[in-house]
Design a protein around this ligand. Sequence first.
Ligand code: SAH
Length: 364
Amino acid sequence: MHIDSPENKALVGLTAAEIDALFAGFQQPSYRARQVYKWIHHYGVRTFEEMTNLPKPFRAELAARFSLQTLQLATRQESIDGTIKYLWQLAGGQHIESVFIPEERRTTICISSQVGCALGCAFCATAQMGFLSNLSSGEIVEQVLRVQQDTGRKITNVVLMGMGEPFLNYSRVIQACRIMSDPEGLAIAAKKITISTVGVVPRIRQFADERQPFSLAISLHAATQPLRQSIMPIADKFPLDDLIDSAVYYTRKLRKRITFEYVLLDAVNHSLADARALIKLLAPLKCKLNLIPFNDTGLGFRTPSESKLKSFVDILEAKAPFAVTLRKNRGNDIAAACGQLYAQSAADEKPRFIAAKTKATGMV
Ligand code: SAH
């Protein structure tokens, strides 16, 4: 078997203790596992040969039994604004996407946590795929490692805002975040790793109880239960009041701020009444509101005009007791913006339905 044979068990995304358990038969001192863990996650090496503090014969044994990566690059598209979208093929043949977003002082990666998504938000392209599977912790971590290797840039910020619902793949996502934030792992500051959830209430409470150091974002998108139910089926299961209660619980227990995301859908959720309801709903919370102009997914929604966007932002900025930001739209020409990720398999070449339309909107 050669290095990175798909049959070999991948070590990426495993903790040092898990690697140690796999090394049981090798008659090596137990610190070997931590060395290998660090080579993979901290130094990002791509071959066992580069692990120079390991005995040569041991490196060869490892190469015969294990692999260091699982993702195969299927396509890479670079936007005129420098955003890069990666389509990865998993060992099982399915596809996921990650997006690299370079800025002057930081480099952000938006990564996927599942293949497809079960939640069915009416405006989101990923929802169209349905749920296919959970990613392993290795497949989550590897997206960051591979993009660092490809771009030669150290990632400073990670957002779990790609395909899937991170809180429906909780334990693997948390393990991946721990490895990303570990100083011996990818050494990314824990608070610069943001998990975005649709609002899986029990997992928000668990995240608070475990005092997880990562940042939390909640996709709100509507300030009343009937409106939220009409665009986000999850609201049937976890009503808005319960969601807000869990958010209050988190902010009080951890004394941390939550970011609420609010996608602006033309004629749906940006009236004066919506602004008032939003202020009333979020006023008791330590939070920030991140407004996201809708990225066209061809699903029957439209992006509000710039003047409508501006008036909604103006009301909130004048009246809201919390910070309000309007998200910049990046990578639209390659359909890499929020909610546009839809990973096709090679066998399923439907036309990509987004790029042409959104290019013309020239939003923010
Ligand atoms: N399942 C997680 C992560 C999903 S994507 C969650 O729901 O938070 C990250 C954000 O993009 C979410 O707030 C999601 O609602 C939003 N989004 C989805 N489709 C969008 C679109 N077409 N335009 C703008 N934002 C969108």
